[in-house]
Design a protein around this ligand. Structure first.
Ligand SMILES: [Zn+2]
Length: 230
């Protein structure tokens, strides 16, 4: 009976007591990390496929076909559909968030405020708070000039918006509205560090809002809200 064992859900209700029942034998096909919907955290999983067999007195008889592949959590041993992989792990989410804030800071600085010390400092602080603790003003400026040089050759604002979208799009579906709004507000505060929004900053923040699936009205409301001193 190597490798064969009863799956959890069948163990308690074998027809005919110990005489007969359907057993599923599981085989591991690969493994990785996922966010376990059962015990709620980043866990290792084994992706397993199973074959169901009708068993009498411990002897496997007829094949009852295969079962859909499952992810087995290493911590709680729960079985979940492979769609559980659509949800990023907490680790992955924090990397996405960090990258999103970084992209927003660069976008807003590029739009205006690059020459202002206050705006640069606000951008560095925001990026540090998001998790790039070693970020310096010099690094941001180096990145900005590299981006500017790269974009000179192409159509400026279109390229910038595509790059911004690439950083924000994978994250947006996993954030509640409040989370998406707070990302936009980070950008707004950087833009405001050197005075009222200029037109390119407004356009850049509107692009941030679009990539975060925020409605235009909400973007306007949030930008006005950011301008009011707390
Ligand atoms: Zn689990």
């Amino acid at each position: 009976m190597s490798g064969a064992r009863l799956s959890r859900d069948q163990r308690g209700r074998r027809p005919g007591g110990r005489l007969a029942g359907v057993r599923t034998s599981w085989h591991t096909v690969d493994d990785g990390d996922f966010f376990c919907p059962g015990c709620g955290g980043d866990r290792s999983y084994r992706r397993r496929t199973g074959r169901r067999r009708f068993v009498v007195l411990g002897v496997p008889l007829l094949s009852r076909g295969s079962v859909a592949p499952v992810l087995e959590c290493a911590a709680c041993r729960g079985h979940f559909g492979t769609e559980a992989l659509d949800h990023p792990t907490t680790n992955r989410l924090s990397v996405l968030l960090r990258d999103a804030v970084h992209a927003i800071a660069l976008t807003v600085l590029t739009a205006g405020g690059c020459d202002s010390r206050a705006a640069r400092e606000a951008a560095v602080q925001t990026v540090r708070d998001a998790g790039y603790t070693a970020c310096t003003e010099e690094q941001l400026l180096t990145l900005l000039s590299a981006l500017a040089a790269e974009r000179d050759a192409t159509a400026d604002s279109v390229t910038a918006e595509i790059e911004l979208h690439e950083a924000l799009a994978p994250l947006a579906p996993h954030l509640a509205a409040a989370g998406r709004e707070s990302l936009l507000l980070h950008g707004a505060h950087i833009a405001l560090a050197d005075g009222p929004y200029c037109a390119p900053e407004r356009e850049a923040l509107a692009a941030v809002g679009r990539s975060l699936h925020l409605a235009e009205d909400d973007v306007d409301r949030l930008l006005a809200q950011a301008r009011t001193p707390h």
